[in-house]
Ligand binder design. Sequence first.
Ligand SMILES: [Ca+2]
Length: 269
Amino acid sequence: MLGRLSVLVLLTVLMACSKDADTDNDSEDKTDVIDVVDETDDIDDTDETDETDETEGGSDSACTDVANYIFKEKNGLVNVEFENAQFPDGWVLKSDGDSFTGKGYMVWEGDQYLGNPGNGKTSFKIEIKNTGTYRFLWKSAVKSGNSGSDHNDTWLRFNDADDFYAQRDDSIVYPKDTGKTPNPEGASKDGWFKIYRSGSNLDFKWQSSTFDNKGHNIYVVFEKAGVYTMEISARSSGHGIDRFVLFNDAMAQADAISDDANLSETRCN
Ligand SMILES: [Ca+2]
């Protein structure tokens, strides 16, 4: 009897302490409440990510090197402005016109590397939570000359993803030098696809195709949750790239590429 009483007293004391602690820090208190709610359902993971964002939002200001940015997929969408890239020599940030989003777009002003990927290479770290197949799209423009079929492409590679391919109807092709076949007509090398846009309107538009004269759409497969690397490298001079998205079946294309779509939050590597 006495033992039970001791436990009761101890519990009462503990509860009192815990209440004190709560009133000491309102914001912590709220976080704790969210935690409890989170753990009860599936949205759990997403919400926890948000919390991490808030915590690391503070460290983001300290994380001044874009090389350390990791862009976080959320609800089946990765949505990134190219001005968040590291800019090797030859890539220039520009903001003429009004058809880009964010602070501008990046454009290659160095030599052309039509058959030779890997020059002017820059990369983006992407954290995938929802595994599966994602469609890749970027918004790009021809910023040199007046032909829609020149200065209209840049190299793209997902080297550590579980698959990286292009598809049009029943036709599926893989980048060259990956050991996978068939490969697309047109330039491809060392796991890189040439990603082009077409059409006589040279302004920014959402299109990412490979396979000459028979545009195939671009897909990437992430089988495990984790951080993956997307690489781009220079091909045509004067090709301006503004923003890219990766989206899965949970996200309609129109929503993914909408100007109103939420940009991916970042955390620091
Ligand atoms: Ca942009």
